[in-house]
Design a protein around this ligand. Structure first.
Ligand SMILES: *[C@@H]1O[C@H](CO)[C@@H](O)[C@H](O)[C@H]1NC(C)=O
Ligand SMILES: *[C@@H]1O[C@H](CO)[C@@H](O)[C@H](O)[C@H]1NC(C)=O
Ligand SMILES: *[C@@H]1O[C@H](CO)[C@@H](O)[C@H](O)[C@H]1NC(C)=O
Length: 435
Protein backbone atom coordinates (compact mmCIF):
# COMPACT_ATOMS: atom_id res chain seq x y z
CA UNK A 1 0.00 0.00 0.00
CA UNK A 2 2.80 2.34 0.92
CA UNK A 3 4.61 1.63 -2.29
CA UNK A 4 1.46 2.04 -4.32
CA UNK A 5 0.87 5.41 -2.72
CA UNK A 6 4.37 6.55 -3.42
CA UNK A 7 4.13 5.43 -6.99
CA UNK A 8 0.82 7.20 -7.39
CA UNK A 9 2.14 10.36 -5.80
CA UNK A 10 5.17 10.28 -8.02
CA UNK A 11 3.04 9.78 -11.08
CA UNK A 12 0.88 12.69 -10.10
CA UNK A 13 3.87 14.85 -9.46
CA UNK A 14 5.48 13.99 -12.73
CA UNK A 15 2.22 14.28 -14.57
CA UNK A 16 1.89 17.80 -13.21
CA UNK A 17 5.43 18.82 -13.93
CA UNK A 18 5.27 17.42 -17.44
CA UNK A 19 1.67 18.42 -18.02
CA UNK A 20 2.38 21.25 -20.40
CA UNK A 21 3.67 19.40 -23.43
CA UNK A 22 2.08 16.02 -22.86
CA UNK A 23 -1.42 16.39 -21.53
CA UNK A 24 -4.50 17.98 -22.94
CA UNK A 25 -2.92 18.65 -26.28
CA UNK A 26 -4.04 15.97 -28.69
CA UNK A 27 -1.84 17.09 -31.59
CA UNK A 28 1.27 16.95 -29.49
CA UNK A 29 0.29 13.54 -28.26
CA UNK A 30 -0.37 12.09 -31.66
CA UNK A 31 2.98 13.35 -32.92
CA UNK A 32 4.57 11.63 -30.04
CA UNK A 33 2.67 8.52 -30.84
CA UNK A 34 4.48 7.86 -34.08
CA UNK A 35 7.51 7.05 -31.99
CA UNK A 36 5.83 4.23 -30.17
CA UNK A 37 6.50 1.33 -32.46
CA UNK A 38 10.25 1.17 -32.01
CA UNK A 39 11.00 1.17 -35.70
CA UNK A 40 10.86 4.93 -35.77
CA UNK A 41 13.77 5.56 -33.46
CA UNK A 42 16.79 4.39 -35.39
CA UNK A 43 20.05 4.79 -33.57
CA UNK A 44 21.89 4.89 -36.84
CA UNK A 45 20.23 8.24 -37.60
CA UNK A 46 22.51 9.94 -35.10
CA UNK A 47 20.11 9.89 -32.18
CA UNK A 48 21.33 11.62 -29.03
CA UNK A 49 20.77 9.25 -26.15
CA UNK A 50 19.23 10.40 -22.87
CA UNK A 51 21.20 8.03 -20.70
CA UNK A 52 23.57 5.08 -21.00
CA UNK A 53 24.53 2.47 -18.40
CA UNK A 54 25.65 -1.14 -18.40
CA UNK A 55 23.39 -3.70 -16.76
CA UNK A 56 24.45 -6.32 -14.19
CA UNK A 57 26.01 -8.42 -16.94
CA UNK A 58 27.92 -5.55 -18.48
CA UNK A 59 25.55 -5.17 -21.43
CA UNK A 60 25.16 -1.51 -22.41
CA UNK A 61 21.68 -0.06 -22.25
CA UNK A 62 21.01 3.09 -24.27
CA UNK A 63 17.88 5.04 -23.29
CA UNK A 64 16.02 7.44 -25.57
CA UNK A 65 12.60 8.86 -24.70
CA UNK A 66 10.45 5.89 -23.67
CA UNK A 67 12.68 3.43 -25.52
CA UNK A 68 15.64 1.28 -24.67
CA UNK A 69 18.33 -0.14 -26.96
CA UNK A 70 20.10 -3.16 -25.50
CA UNK A 71 23.62 -3.86 -26.65
CA UNK A 72 25.29 -2.43 -29.72
CA UNK A 73 22.77 -3.36 -32.36
CA UNK A 74 19.15 -4.25 -32.76
CA UNK A 75 15.88 -2.42 -32.48
CA UNK A 76 14.62 -0.33 -29.63
CA UNK A 77 12.09 -1.74 -27.21
CA UNK A 78 9.86 0.14 -24.80
CA UNK A 79 11.77 0.84 -21.58
CA UNK A 80 8.80 -0.27 -19.52
CA UNK A 81 9.12 -3.84 -20.83
CA UNK A 82 12.32 -4.09 -18.79
CA UNK A 83 11.67 -1.47 -16.11
CA UNK A 84 7.94 -1.32 -15.67
CA UNK A 85 7.87 2.03 -13.84
CA UNK A 86 9.57 3.82 -16.72
CA UNK A 87 6.51 4.88 -18.67
CA UNK A 88 5.97 7.55 -21.24
CA UNK A 89 6.40 10.30 -18.67
CA UNK A 90 9.61 8.97 -17.24
CA UNK A 91 12.27 9.88 -19.74
CA UNK A 92 15.62 9.42 -18.13
CA UNK A 93 18.03 12.26 -17.51
CA UNK A 94 20.87 10.01 -16.42
CA UNK A 95 21.68 6.44 -15.41
CA UNK A 96 24.53 4.45 -13.95
CA UNK A 97 25.26 1.05 -12.45
CA UNK A 98 26.55 1.04 -8.88
CA UNK A 99 29.53 -1.29 -9.07
CA UNK A 100 31.56 -1.41 -5.88
CA UNK A 101 32.25 -4.78 -4.37
CA UNK A 102 32.79 -3.15 -0.98
CA UNK A 103 29.24 -1.94 -0.97
CA UNK A 104 27.19 -5.15 -1.14
CA UNK A 105 23.81 -3.57 -0.42
CA UNK A 106 23.88 -1.51 -3.61
CA UNK A 107 26.30 -3.57 -5.69
CA UNK A 108 25.12 -3.89 -9.29
CA UNK A 109 22.01 -1.81 -8.71
CA UNK A 110 21.03 0.39 -11.62
CA UNK A 111 20.14 3.97 -10.72
CA UNK A 112 17.94 6.06 -12.99
CA UNK A 113 17.39 9.79 -12.67
CA UNK A 114 14.19 11.52 -13.76
CA UNK A 115 13.79 15.22 -12.87
CA UNK A 116 14.19 15.29 -9.07
CA UNK A 117 13.68 11.57 -8.51
CA UNK A 118 15.99 8.59 -8.45
CA UNK A 119 14.94 4.99 -9.11
CA UNK A 120 17.03 2.05 -7.93
CA UNK A 121 16.60 -1.27 -9.72
CA UNK A 122 18.07 -4.62 -8.95
CA UNK A 123 17.59 -7.28 -11.60
CA UNK A 124 14.91 -5.16 -13.22
CA UNK A 125 12.87 -4.82 -10.00
CA UNK A 126 12.35 -1.46 -8.38
CA UNK A 127 13.79 -1.50 -4.86
CA UNK A 128 11.47 -0.94 -1.94
CA UNK A 129 10.94 2.69 -1.09
CA UNK A 130 11.99 3.96 -4.52
CA UNK A 131 11.66 6.31 -6.31
CA UNK A 132 13.14 8.77 -3.82
CA UNK A 133 14.24 12.37 -4.04
CA UNK A 134 17.74 12.77 -5.41
CA UNK A 135 18.52 15.06 -2.46
CA UNK A 136 17.69 12.23 -0.06
CA UNK A 137 19.81 9.54 -1.69
CA UNK A 138 22.61 11.70 -3.10
CA UNK A 139 22.68 14.82 -0.90
CA UNK A 140 24.40 17.73 -2.59
CA UNK A 141 23.62 16.51 -6.11
CA UNK A 142 21.27 18.72 -8.15
CA UNK A 143 18.00 17.74 -9.83
CA UNK A 144 17.55 17.60 -13.61
CA UNK A 145 20.91 15.97 -14.27
CA UNK A 146 22.44 15.46 -17.69
CA UNK A 147 24.55 12.37 -17.03
CA UNK A 148 26.00 10.10 -14.37
CA UNK A 149 28.64 7.39 -14.30
CA UNK A 150 30.10 5.13 -11.64
CA UNK A 151 33.80 5.41 -10.89
CA UNK A 152 35.22 2.76 -8.57
CA UNK A 153 38.65 2.80 -6.94
CA UNK A 154 41.37 3.10 -8.17
CA UNK A 155 39.98 4.71 -11.33
CA UNK A 156 38.75 7.46 -9.01
CA UNK A 157 40.53 8.10 -5.73
CA UNK A 158 37.50 6.83 -3.79
CA UNK A 159 34.50 4.76 -4.89
CA UNK A 160 32.54 7.56 -6.52
CA UNK A 161 29.75 8.51 -8.84
CA UNK A 162 30.41 11.35 -11.27
CA UNK A 163 27.36 13.51 -12.00
CA UNK A 164 27.12 15.98 -14.87
CA UNK A 165 24.86 18.96 -15.24
CA UNK A 166 25.69 21.57 -17.88
CA UNK A 167 29.38 22.16 -17.39
CA UNK A 168 29.23 21.37 -13.67
CA UNK A 169 30.81 18.10 -12.54
CA UNK A 170 30.28 16.50 -9.14
CA UNK A 171 32.34 13.68 -7.69
CA UNK A 172 30.15 11.97 -5.13
CA UNK A 173 31.94 9.76 -2.60
CA UNK A 174 29.77 6.67 -2.16
CA UNK A 175 31.06 5.89 1.33
CA UNK A 176 31.22 9.34 2.99
CA UNK A 177 28.62 11.07 0.75
CA UNK A 178 31.04 13.97 0.38
CA UNK A 179 30.59 15.96 -2.83
CA UNK A 180 33.57 17.39 -4.63
CA UNK A 181 32.79 19.89 -7.40
CA UNK A 182 35.23 19.70 -10.25
CA UNK A 183 35.91 21.62 -13.36
CA UNK A 184 36.57 19.51 -16.43
CA UNK A 185 37.76 22.28 -18.69
CA UNK A 186 38.50 20.41 -21.88
CA UNK A 187 35.43 18.23 -21.76
CA UNK A 188 32.21 19.01 -23.63
CA UNK A 189 28.90 19.04 -21.71
CA UNK A 190 27.87 15.39 -21.57
CA UNK A 191 24.30 14.40 -22.36
CA UNK A 192 25.04 10.87 -21.19
CA UNK A 193 28.10 9.07 -19.89
CA UNK A 194 29.14 5.52 -19.21
CA UNK A 195 31.94 3.31 -18.07
CA UNK A 196 32.69 0.46 -20.40
CA UNK A 197 35.53 -1.99 -19.97
CA UNK A 198 37.19 0.32 -17.46
CA UNK A 199 37.11 3.31 -19.77
CA UNK A 200 35.00 6.45 -19.44
CA UNK A 201 32.97 7.90 -22.26
CA UNK A 202 31.06 11.17 -22.45
CA UNK A 203 28.41 11.33 -25.15
CA UNK A 204 27.30 14.61 -26.66
CA UNK A 205 24.90 14.47 -29.55
CA UNK A 206 26.04 11.62 -31.78
CA UNK A 207 29.67 12.18 -30.78
CA UNK A 208 31.65 10.90 -27.84
CA UNK A 209 34.90 11.65 -26.06
CA UNK A 210 36.91 9.34 -23.87
CA UNK A 211 37.97 11.07 -20.67
CA UNK A 212 40.03 10.60 -17.57
CA UNK A 213 37.50 10.34 -14.71
CA UNK A 214 39.85 12.02 -12.21
CA UNK A 215 40.78 15.06 -14.23
CA UNK A 216 38.29 15.16 -17.08
CA UNK A 217 41.18 15.27 -19.47
CA UNK A 218 40.40 14.16 -23.02
CA UNK A 219 43.52 12.69 -24.62
CA UNK A 220 43.77 11.74 -28.27
CA UNK A 221 41.66 12.55 -31.29
CA UNK A 222 38.19 13.27 -29.92
CA UNK A 223 35.29 13.72 -30.30
CA UNK A 224 34.53 10.67 -32.40
CA UNK A 225 31.38 9.41 -33.99
CA UNK A 226 29.39 7.17 -31.62
CA UNK A 227 27.99 5.21 -34.56
CA UNK A 228 31.51 4.12 -35.51
CA UNK A 229 32.35 2.65 -32.13
CA UNK A 230 29.25 1.88 -30.08
CA UNK A 231 26.66 0.98 -32.65
CA UNK A 232 26.57 -1.33 -35.53
CA UNK A 233 25.41 0.80 -38.41
CA UNK A 234 25.89 -0.98 -41.69
CA UNK A 235 26.22 1.98 -44.00
CA UNK A 236 28.12 4.35 -41.86
CA UNK A 237 31.65 5.70 -41.76
CA UNK A 238 34.33 5.92 -44.43
CA UNK A 239 37.46 4.58 -42.83
CA UNK A 240 36.46 0.95 -42.35
CA UNK A 241 39.88 -0.25 -41.27
CA UNK A 242 40.29 2.36 -38.54
CA UNK A 243 36.74 1.85 -37.39
CA UNK A 244 36.83 -1.94 -37.36
CA UNK A 245 40.18 -2.26 -35.63
CA UNK A 246 39.19 0.14 -32.85
CA UNK A 247 35.50 -0.73 -32.49
CA UNK A 248 34.26 -1.79 -29.05
CA UNK A 249 31.44 -3.80 -30.56
CA UNK A 250 32.05 -7.51 -30.02
CA UNK A 251 33.20 -9.72 -32.87
CA UNK A 252 30.78 -12.25 -34.34
CA UNK A 253 33.43 -14.74 -35.40
CA UNK A 254 37.17 -15.11 -35.88
CA UNK A 255 39.41 -17.63 -37.59
CA UNK A 256 42.71 -17.99 -39.39
CA UNK A 257 43.23 -19.88 -42.65
CA UNK A 258 45.97 -22.44 -43.29
CA UNK A 259 48.39 -19.73 -44.41
CA UNK A 260 47.92 -17.98 -41.06
CA UNK A 261 45.85 -15.04 -42.31
CA UNK A 262 43.36 -13.91 -39.71
CA UNK A 263 39.73 -13.07 -40.46
CA UNK A 264 37.53 -11.33 -37.89
CA UNK A 265 33.85 -10.73 -38.58
CA UNK A 266 31.62 -8.04 -37.14
CA UNK A 267 28.19 -7.22 -38.51
CA UNK A 268 28.50 -6.29 -42.16
CA UNK A 269 32.30 -6.08 -42.16
CA UNK A 270 35.35 -8.22 -41.68
CA UNK A 271 38.98 -7.47 -41.00
CA UNK A 272 41.78 -9.50 -42.51
CA UNK A 273 45.25 -9.52 -41.01
CA UNK A 274 47.85 -10.98 -43.34
CA UNK A 275 50.35 -13.42 -41.99
CA UNK A 276 53.90 -12.14 -42.21
CA UNK A 277 53.36 -8.43 -42.76
CA UNK A 278 50.49 -7.83 -40.33
CA UNK A 279 48.72 -5.61 -42.85
CA UNK A 280 45.10 -4.98 -41.88
CA UNK A 281 42.41 -4.64 -44.49
CA UNK A 282 38.68 -4.38 -44.07
CA UNK A 283 35.85 -5.07 -46.45
CA UNK A 284 32.17 -5.86 -46.37
CA UNK A 285 31.12 -9.46 -45.80
CA UNK A 286 28.79 -9.01 -48.77
CA UNK A 287 31.63 -8.34 -51.18
CA UNK A 288 33.79 -11.33 -50.22
CA UNK A 289 31.11 -13.77 -49.03
CA UNK A 290 28.12 -12.72 -51.07
CA UNK A 291 25.89 -15.70 -50.28
CA UNK A 292 26.35 -15.16 -46.55
CA UNK A 293 25.64 -11.45 -46.77
CA UNK A 294 26.40 -10.37 -43.14
CA UNK A 295 26.26 -11.17 -39.43
CA UNK A 296 27.78 -14.62 -39.27
CA UNK A 297 27.62 -16.54 -35.95
CA UNK A 298 30.77 -18.65 -36.15
CA UNK A 299 33.58 -19.41 -38.59
CA UNK A 300 36.24 -22.09 -38.59
CA UNK A 301 38.76 -23.17 -41.18
CA UNK A 302 39.50 -26.70 -42.21
CA UNK A 303 41.58 -27.95 -45.12
CA UNK A 304 41.67 -24.67 -47.00
CA UNK A 305 37.98 -23.99 -46.56
CA UNK A 306 36.12 -21.52 -44.38
CA UNK A 307 33.07 -23.03 -42.68
CA UNK A 308 30.73 -20.18 -41.89
CA UNK A 309 27.65 -20.67 -39.75
CA UNK A 310 24.73 -18.32 -39.67
CA UNK A 311 21.55 -19.29 -37.79
CA UNK A 312 20.62 -22.83 -38.90
CA UNK A 313 22.73 -22.78 -42.05
CA UNK A 314 26.33 -23.45 -42.94
CA UNK A 315 28.18 -21.89 -45.89
CA UNK A 316 31.50 -23.30 -47.08
CA UNK A 317 34.04 -21.21 -49.03
CA UNK A 318 37.25 -22.34 -50.63
CA UNK A 319 39.95 -19.90 -49.56
CA UNK A 320 41.35 -17.95 -52.48
CA UNK A 321 41.11 -14.71 -54.37
CA UNK A 322 38.18 -14.55 -54.66
CA UNK A 323 36.76 -17.04 -52.14
CA UNK A 324 34.39 -19.42 -53.89
CA UNK A 325 31.22 -20.78 -52.37
CA UNK A 326 30.93 -24.56 -52.71
CA UNK A 327 28.16 -26.12 -54.76
CA UNK A 328 25.29 -27.46 -52.71
CA UNK A 329 25.70 -24.98 -49.89
CA UNK A 330 24.29 -23.48 -47.74
CA UNK A 331 23.06 -26.59 -45.96
CA UNK A 332 21.48 -27.05 -42.57
CA UNK A 333 24.16 -27.09 -39.86
CA UNK A 334 22.50 -30.24 -38.54
CA UNK A 335 23.08 -32.07 -41.81
CA UNK A 336 26.72 -30.98 -42.20
CA UNK A 337 27.97 -31.11 -38.60
CA UNK A 338 25.35 -33.15 -36.76
CA UNK A 339 24.35 -30.36 -34.40
CA UNK A 340 21.42 -27.95 -34.54
CA UNK A 341 22.26 -24.33 -35.29
CA UNK A 342 22.58 -21.63 -34.26
CA UNK A 343 25.92 -21.98 -32.50
CA UNK A 344 28.05 -19.34 -30.78
CA UNK A 345 31.60 -20.10 -31.88
CA UNK A 346 33.71 -22.83 -33.50
CA UNK A 347 37.36 -23.54 -34.14
CA UNK A 348 39.79 -26.18 -35.36
CA UNK A 349 43.47 -26.43 -34.51
CA UNK A 350 46.21 -27.14 -37.03
CA UNK A 351 46.94 -30.80 -37.69
CA UNK A 352 43.71 -31.98 -36.12
CA UNK A 353 40.42 -33.11 -37.63
CA UNK A 354 38.34 -32.07 -34.63
CA UNK A 355 36.09 -29.03 -34.92
CA UNK A 356 35.21 -27.67 -31.49
CA UNK A 357 31.66 -26.32 -31.53
CA UNK A 358 30.59 -23.94 -28.77
CA UNK A 359 26.89 -23.67 -28.19
CA UNK A 360 25.58 -21.91 -25.09
CA UNK A 361 27.55 -23.12 -22.13
CA UNK A 362 28.70 -26.36 -23.74
CA UNK A 363 31.36 -27.45 -26.15
CA UNK A 364 31.14 -30.42 -28.55
CA UNK A 365 33.61 -32.26 -30.75
CA UNK A 366 32.87 -32.91 -34.41
CA UNK A 367 35.25 -35.22 -36.22
CA UNK A 368 35.53 -33.67 -39.68
CA UNK A 369 36.74 -36.98 -41.19
CA UNK A 370 33.68 -38.94 -40.07
CA UNK A 371 30.63 -39.60 -42.26
CA UNK A 372 28.08 -38.69 -41.26
CA UNK A 373 29.50 -36.14 -38.86
CA UNK A 374 28.14 -36.07 -35.34
CA UNK A 375 28.59 -33.77 -32.38
CA UNK A 376 29.85 -35.77 -29.44
CA UNK A 377 31.63 -35.41 -26.14
CA UNK A 378 29.37 -32.65 -24.81
CA UNK A 379 30.96 -30.89 -21.82
CA UNK A 380 30.74 -27.58 -20.03
CA UNK A 381 32.74 -24.73 -21.40
CA UNK A 382 35.52 -24.11 -18.88
CA UNK A 383 35.27 -20.80 -17.09
CA UNK A 384 33.01 -19.06 -19.63
CA UNK A 385 29.31 -18.28 -19.44
CA UNK A 386 29.09 -16.95 -22.95
CA UNK A 387 31.52 -16.80 -25.84
CA UNK A 388 31.28 -14.52 -28.88
CA UNK A 389 34.02 -16.02 -31.02
CA UNK A 390 37.00 -18.37 -30.77
CA UNK A 391 39.97 -19.44 -32.87
CA UNK A 392 42.99 -21.69 -32.62
CA UNK A 393 46.40 -20.92 -34.08
CA UNK A 394 50.08 -21.57 -33.47
CA UNK A 395 49.83 -19.70 -30.14
CA UNK A 396 46.89 -21.77 -28.90
CA UNK A 397 43.23 -20.92 -28.44
CA UNK A 398 41.88 -17.39 -28.29
CA UNK A 399 38.41 -16.95 -26.82
CA UNK A 400 36.69 -13.63 -27.48
CA UNK A 401 34.10 -12.29 -25.04
CA UNK A 402 32.90 -8.74 -25.52
CA UNK A 403 35.89 -6.66 -26.52
CA UNK A 404 38.39 -8.83 -24.69
CA UNK A 405 40.01 -12.13 -25.45
CA UNK A 406 41.69 -14.84 -23.39
CA UNK A 407 44.53 -17.04 -24.53
CA UNK A 408 44.99 -20.74 -23.68
CA UNK A 409 47.76 -23.13 -24.69
CA UNK A 410 45.35 -25.73 -26.06
CA UNK A 411 41.64 -26.61 -26.27
CA UNK A 412 42.17 -28.98 -23.33
CA UNK A 413 43.55 -26.21 -21.14
CA UNK A 414 40.66 -23.95 -22.07
CA UNK A 415 37.90 -26.51 -21.52
CA UNK A 416 39.25 -27.94 -18.28
CA UNK A 417 40.26 -24.51 -16.99
CA UNK A 418 38.54 -23.12 -13.93
CA UNK A 419 39.98 -19.64 -14.05
CA UNK A 420 40.17 -17.09 -16.80
CA UNK A 421 43.59 -16.40 -18.18
CA UNK A 422 44.84 -12.84 -18.52
CA UNK A 423 42.32 -10.55 -20.16
CA UNK A 424 43.58 -8.87 -23.33
CA UNK A 425 41.96 -6.20 -25.47
CA UNK A 426 40.81 -7.20 -28.94
CA UNK A 427 41.31 -3.70 -30.34
CA UNK A 428 44.77 -3.20 -28.88
CA UNK A 429 46.40 -6.61 -28.74
CA UNK A 430 44.82 -8.21 -31.78
CA UNK A 431 44.48 -5.28 -34.14
CA UNK A 432 46.97 -2.75 -32.80
CA UNK A 433 44.50 0.06 -32.18
CA UNK A 434 46.34 2.46 -29.88
CA UNK A 435 43.41 4.34 -28.35
C1 LIG B 1 4.44 0.57 -21.69
O1 LIG B 1 4.14 1.87 -22.15
C2 LIG B 1 3.28 1.92 -23.26
C3 LIG B 1 3.12 3.36 -23.69
O2 LIG B 1 4.26 4.11 -23.43
C4 LIG B 1 1.93 1.30 -22.89
O3 LIG B 1 1.08 1.30 -24.02
C5 LIG B 1 2.14 -0.11 -22.39
O4 LIG B 1 0.93 -0.64 -21.92
C6 LIG B 1 3.14 -0.14 -21.27
N1 LIG B 1 3.46 -1.52 -20.95
C7 LIG B 1 3.59 -1.93 -19.70
C8 LIG B 1 3.99 -3.35 -19.52
O5 LIG B 1 3.42 -1.19 -18.73
C1 LIG C 1 27.53 23.85 -21.20
O1 LIG C 1 26.69 24.10 -20.11
C2 LIG C 1 26.70 25.44 -19.66
C3 LIG C 1 25.72 25.55 -18.49
O2 LIG C 1 26.18 24.86 -17.40
C4 LIG C 1 26.27 26.41 -20.74
O3 LIG C 1 26.38 27.74 -20.29
C5 LIG C 1 27.17 26.20 -21.95
O4 LIG C 1 26.70 27.01 -23.01
C6 LIG C 1 27.15 24.74 -22.37
N1 LIG C 1 28.08 24.54 -23.46
C7 LIG C 1 27.71 24.04 -24.62
C8 LIG C 1 28.79 23.91 -25.64
O5 LIG C 1 26.57 23.67 -24.84
C1 LIG D 1 51.04 -8.51 -47.15
O1 LIG D 1 51.00 -9.87 -47.51
C2 LIG D 1 49.97 -10.23 -48.42
C3 LIG D 1 49.98 -11.72 -48.66
O2 LIG D 1 50.93 -12.38 -47.91
C4 LIG D 1 50.14 -9.46 -49.72
O3 LIG D 1 49.07 -9.76 -50.59
C5 LIG D 1 50.12 -7.97 -49.42
O4 LIG D 1 50.35 -7.22 -50.60
C6 LIG D 1 51.20 -7.64 -48.38
N1 LIG D 1 51.06 -6.23 -48.05
C7 LIG D 1 52.10 -5.41 -47.94
C8 LIG D 1 51.81 -4.01 -47.58
O5 LIG D 1 53.24 -5.79 -48.09
Amino acid sequence: MKLLCQTLCLCLCLALSLAAPHHGDPTEHSNDHTKHDGAVIDRCDGTEMDAVAVNEEGIPYFFKDDHLFKGFHGKAELSNESFSELDDHHHLDAAFRMHYEDNPSDHDHMFFFVDHKVFSYYQHKLEDGYPKDISEVFPGIPNHLDAAVECPKPECEEDSVIFFKGDDIYHYNVRTKAVDEKEFKTMPNCTSAFRFMEHYYCFHGHLFSKFDPKTGEVAGKYPKEARDYFMRCSKFGDDHVERERCSRVHLDAITSDNAGNLYAFRGHHFIRKDQGNDTLTSDTVESAFKELHSEVDAVFSYEDHLYMIKDEQIFVYKVGEPHTHLEGFPKPVKEELGIEGPIDAAFTCQDSDIAYIIKGQNVYDVDMKATPRTASNERPLGPFKKVDAAMCGPEGVKVVVGNHFYQFDSPMVMISGRALSKQQRVSLELFGCDH
